[in-house]
Write a protein that binds this ligand. Structure first.
Ligand code: BJW
Ligand code: ZN
Length: 239
């Protein structure tokens, strides 16, 4: 088992824990990662960072909706896995616990986690491109309504695309938790996208013990106190 005595001790004595998750934590639920190849890396010949961008929403909203409705269709059959359920249990185990996710799939909440900070929004919501009214589109594939019932403008998915701001207050809340925790886990993320990846750096600079869980090396690995090269669903339940 890859949990050292030092890490066991840190885990058992931690008062405040913060966890940042990325697409890798949902991989064992059947949700494709962004940079792992397949349709979620390149959609109809377009790299995901091209279609998941603010400029594409302006230029071709219908195409962007097709991509999001396709992914909502994939998600329909996905359930939380052992890693999501383990993190939901951790919430009641520590005096302080904050779960921050880059994922838009809602699987942490489905597993029972409360107050999840969703830095990049949620794919089961839409908002009006004019008045910003929110709509719950869970279970509606393709999404309906298509236009806002208040002002008649087009809806778009409530997710944060490249070049867009994060939801108001979300990063600030996550940053506070990262600054104040004594143990920080970075789970299933390539750690390439900012400002999310910066949370691990903030935690470390403020004295937290930094643990990475990822089968692959990332740009964050050299910075971590401990890297566990395993799938999240295998190792998290072992804590
Ligand atoms: C497993 C596993 C298993 C597999 N168990 N692990 C500073 C420096 C440089 C650039 C910037 C910067 N600050 C901001 C930027 C610009 C940009 C950015 O970061 N660019 C870099 C890529 C260069 N950031 C932004 O634009 C952000 N906004 C912003 O900064 O606003 C302020 C601002 C606005 C305007 C101008 C200037 C500033 C917004 C970022 C939004 C990201 N959105 C996306 C798409 C969401 C919509 C959609 O779903 O389509 O979010 S991008 C995509 O990447 C998605 C993810 O949340 C995000 C992170 O990906 P993640 O989760 O890490 O997934 P993968 O696939 O990359 O990795 C999976 C990992 O899992 C791998 O490592 C596997 O090994 C591992 N794994 N199986 C554990 N079983
Ligand atoms: Zn509206």
């Amino acid at each position: 088992m890859q949990i050292s005595d030092e890490l066991k001790e840190k885990f058992q004595t931690a008062r405040s824990v913060c966890v940042l998750t990325g697409a890798g934590i949902s991989a064992e639920s059947g949700v494709p990662t962004f940079r792992g190849g397949g349709n979620s890396t390149v959609w109809k010949g377009m790299p995901f960072d091209q279609i998941s961008s603010a400029s594409m929403v302006r230029e071709n909203l219908a195409e962007v909706w097709e991509w999001f409705d396709y992914r909502r269709g994939v998600l329909k059959d996905c359930e939380p896995n052992a890693a999501h359920f383990t993190l939901a249990k951790w919430q009641d185990r520590f005096a302080g616990f904050t779960l921050v996710t880059q994922n838009i799939d809602g699987l942490h909440t489905a597993a029972g986690s409360r107050d999840v900070i969703e830095l990049h929004g949620n794919i089961q919501r839409a908002y009006c491109t004019n008045c910003e009214k929110r709509f719950d589109i869970r279970g509606k594939i393709p999404h309906v309504p298509e236009i806002c019932d208040d002002c008649g403008a087009n809806l778009r998915a409530d997710v944060v695309l490249f070049g867009e701001m994060l939801p108001p207050g979300a990063f600030e809340k996550a940053e506070k938790a990262a600054r104040n925790c004594d143990l920080f886990f970075v789970v299933g993320t390539s750690a390439l996208v900012y400002p999310a990846a910066g949370l691990a750096e903030i935690a470390k600079r403020n004295g937290a013990f930094l643990v990475e869980i990822n089968p692959e090396e990332t740009p964050m690995s050299g910075f971590c106190d401990f890297s566990i090269r395993m799938k999240a669903g295998r190792i998290l339940p072992a804590f």
